[in-house]
Design a protein around this ligand. Structure first.
Ligand code: NAG
Ligand code: NAG
Ligand code: NAG
Ligand code: NAG
Ligand code: NAG
Length: 399
């Protein structure tokens, strides 16, 4: 019967999709918490993602105050060993150190939170704002606590809560990697691939500084890559074809390191959320400034790690940019005391949105129905003409 056929079809489709996914891992994932220091009361997650041509080593470091994500790409059999001193990583021993051709590295760090008094109420942080309207909150004293962690060969995800006794508020960071391509569960449903990591940042319960009455909170991101220090990262805005995955948002912002092929990218949508329940009604704008040259944050793992990686042959470009959030008339940060924003950081070409099956069906119907109607029309016309040229004999006989 018809419904049965549909059921069978759907079942087959599900099985097909499941099998495709099970075998469809683009990289083999192995993740470890504090490798080399199993009893350390710290959080450093090391993920080895082995592909057919190379291996991506990833370090998510929360042992220092400034959190960072580090990528090191090496040959298939390359390894990284970490030695520890107390609860701090001491040495990063790479089997394949920096070599302009065979290896590549890049990193991102959330270096500080910037509070700005948005007296003009336009939402956006502007680099030229008067000093008295800007308060920098470096993460130099932030202490990190793990609130959730899953490390399997299908996914590595950790959620961290950062607090600082010298100020109010909690910064929550969630990092997530999958061995295959998928859309993130949470809005704005960014695409992650086996070559990229999803980073979600939430600023919760920050309080306005004395003297400010229109505070918003921005993030200063530091990006580094093992390119010549005279080069620069670039930033582009791209329009996506549809807003199916991120309702109302058609733009995608991409930042890329100087290496043209197989370089680093950071990808995000210019949207943030002001409530835990993410949706169109809780969305607000995200903005990013231009890049400035910067240096590796002192209170992060990066200076130590890159000393080991480069062994003196330093070749690093370091830049920073400020990401801010808000819309005119939204009541500022204090309206909800909450901001959430996501980006992905990864290796190679930034992923492109594809059309989903649903959209394909809609498009097929959209194009198919008029085509069918046109065909039917043409057929009808032709048939009529034929009939007029060769009128049926019956009529002729009637006359
Ligand atoms: C970049 O550097 C310029 C010049 O030092 C400065 O005026 C500007 O505020 C900086 N931009 C950011 C985003 O910090
Ligand atoms: C990941 O990177 C490898 C090269 O290292 C490339 O062959 C592959 O296509 C990339 N995968 C995705 C999903 O971008
Ligand atoms: C933020 O404040 C609200 C209300 O005071 C409280 O319920 C919530 O637990 C706080 N969130 C965090 C992460 O501290
Ligand atoms: C946000 O926090 C401030 C204190 O910093 C509080 O006065 C205000 O009521 C809070 N707003 C909401 C929506 O919880
Ligand atoms: C904030 O304070 C300034 C004066 O310092 C005032 O001009 C402005 O109207 C105030 N804004 C709000 C939203 O209260």
């Amino acid at each position: 019967m018809f419904p049965c056929t549909i059921n069978t079809f759907i079942n087959t489709l599900c099985i097909f999709i499941a099998v495709t996914f099970a075998n469809g891992q683009d990289r083999q994932l192995v993740s470890k918490l504090n490798p080399g220091c199993e009893h350390c009361d710290a959080t450093l997650i090391y993920t080895r993602a082995q592909g057919s041509h190379d291996t991506i080593h990833q370090i998510w470091d929360f042992t220092h105050h400034v959190p960072s994500v580090v990528y090191v790409i090496g040959p298939v059999n390359s390894n990284v060993t970490i030695t520890w001193h107390d609860s701090y990583p001491d040495q990063f021993l790479f089997t394949d150190k920096f070599d302009g051709n065979k290896t590549y590295s890049f990193a991102a760090a959330v270096e500080s939170i910037i509070e700005y008094n948005d007296l003009k109420d336009n939402g956006q942080f502007e680099p030229g704002m008067p000093k008295e309207n800007v308060q920098r909150w470096p993460l130099d004293n932030t202490k990190w606590r793990r609130s959730d962690m899953v490390l399997t060969d299908k996914e590595a995800v950790v959620t961290m809560m950062g607090e600082d006794s010298t100020r109010s508020g909690v910064i929550e960071m969630k990092l997530d990697i999958l061995p295959f391509q998928d859309y993130a569960l949470d809005l704005p449903h960014l695409i992650h691939t086996a070559n990229s990591t999803l980073v979600d940042v939430q600023l919760v319960n920050f309080t306005e500084s004395p003297g400010f009455n229109a505070s918003r909170f921005a993030l200063r991101l530091v990006l580094a890559s093992s390119d010549n220090s005279s080069t620069t990262w670039t930033k582009d805005m791209r329009k996506s074809l549809d807003d199916e995955h991120t309702p109302g948002v058609f733009e995608i912002i991409e930042m890329r390191s100087a290496r043209a092929r197989d370089g680093a990218f950071v990808q995000f949508r210019p949207v943030a959320y002001t409530q835990r329940e993410r949706g169109v009604s809780s969305s607000t704008n995200a903005y990013i400034t231009g890049f400035n040259r910067s240096s590796l944050p002192r209170h992060s793992v990066l200076p130590r790690l890159y000393r080991n990686y480069f062994e003196g042959n330093a070749s690093l470009v370091v830049q920073d940019a400020v990401v801010s959030f808000g819309l005119a008339g939204d009541g500022y940060y204090k309206q909800h005391n909450f901001t959430a924003w996501s980006f992905t950081i990864g290796y190679g070409a930034p992923p492109l949105e594809g059309f989903s099956l649903f959209v394909m069906i809609i498009i097929s119907i959209g194009l198919g129905v008029p085509t069918l109607l046109a065909l039917a029309g043409v057929t009808y016309m032709l048939a009529r003409r034929c009939r007029q040229r060769n009128p049926p004999a019956r009529f002729t006989n009637d006359e």
